[in-house]
Ligand binder design. Structure first.
Ligand code: NAP
Length: 292
């Protein structure tokens, strides 16, 4: 990579960012696309977020990804929000539009692209279940609703966020049947007739967050279990439970790839090289902390 006086700036803000796979994935894409741009990780403390956004503005960044814990707090510091960020209630991508910084969310688009890459195109006719009601859950729920799924069950440990998510979906998609179940675990009945099952919580992400347990006796080979958490090697513990029962699975790396590709498309207006990006992620899988 040769950095010159005209090299464009992109990057990711969050805390921590040291294990992020995004710098490797983005820089590989820019090199393959022949784009004079560099992507840097920037650890930003919550107390410095406003100053960081002012810096992004002043330094002329083309675009910036936003990760935990700033996805919500960054929204009011921007000049506007795209509908994807309004629906998710969170920003994962900032796009410069002239002098303005606009917040987007590419997680939902990334999830659907990953799902469609791996599974049959008839999934929109199937009822779904999402565990979690945070930004990622909302992005995925809205994206599935846009695709026309008939019903969604939201399982979340706290009632407030589950109800907000339910309300959002009911307002936007009056024909979607939305139920909530307040719990940190999945009961066997919740899986009935739910073909798409998504873990959108951090459970299983780190040694202190035990994986979500699936009531595996109710799983069948017709179901697709999607874990937004990603594994350092092979599959996540949740995927392993599902595979034992013959269900299909999807880990979080596909979504990571496609949400990144969607960000590049927003910043450069060009189609990113997916295979190059996929290889860049695969080569750094060992950097991901292992789940218990
Ligand atoms: P978030 O906004 O903080 O939401 C987290 C959700 O998980 C909330 O519904 C929360 O419940 C629930 N939760 C947290 N800890 C829990 C626990 N110990 N037991 C039960 N439920 C718990 O986070 P997010 O941005 O949506 O991210 C969620 C996960 O998705 C993270 O692991 C993130 O890394 C992953 N993700 C992956 C990708 C990808 O590209 N693969 C993209 C985005 C996010 P309450 O509402 O009760 O707090």
């Amino acid at each position: 990579m040769v950095i010159t006086g005209t090299t464009g700036l992109a990057g990711i803000i969050g805390d921590p960012v040291s294990h992020s796979l995004s710098p490797r994935m983005h820089n590989a894409a820019y090199a393959a696309m022949g784009i004079d741009m560099v992507y840097v990780p920037m650890r930003v403390d919550g107390a410095d977020l406003e100053a960081a956004v002012a810096g992004i503005r002043a330094l002329g960044f083309v675009g910036v990804n936003v990760t935990i814990p700033h996805k919500l707090a960054v929204a009011p510091l921007l000049d506007g929000l795209h509908d994807s960020a309004v629906a998710a209630g969170a920003v994962n991508t900032i796009v410069r539009d002239g002098e303005a910084l606009i917040g987007h969310n590419t997680d939902g688009e990334g999830f659907i692209a990953a799902l469609e890459e791996s599974f049959t195109p008839d999934y929109p006719s199937s009822p779904a279940l999402i565990v979690g009601a945070g930004g990622a859950a909302r992005s995925v729920g809205v994206a599935l609703a846009e695709k026309g799924i008939p019903s969604l069950l939201i399982v979340n440990r706290s009632r407030g966020r589950a109800e907000e998510f339910q309300e959002l979906l009911r307002e936007r998609y009056p024909h979607l049947e939305v139920e909530i179940h307040v719990s940190s675990s999945l009961d066997p009945d919740s899986l009935r007739e739910r073909r798409i099952i998504v873990n959108a919580t951090p459970l299983g992400m780190s040694p202190d967050l035990k994986p979500l347990r699936l009531p595996v006796d109710r799983l069948s080979k017709d179901q697709v279990v999607c874990d937004l958490v990603y594994a350092g090697s092979g599959r996540t513990p949740l995927e392993s439970q599902a595979i034992e029962k013959g269900a299909a699975t999807m880990g979080g790396l596909g979504m990571l790839l496609h949400q990144g590709a969607a960000a590049i498309q927003l910043w450069t207006k060009r189609k990113p090289p997916l295979e190059v990006m996929r290889q860049a992620i695969e080569s750094r899988r060992g950097d991901i902390p292992q789940a218990p």
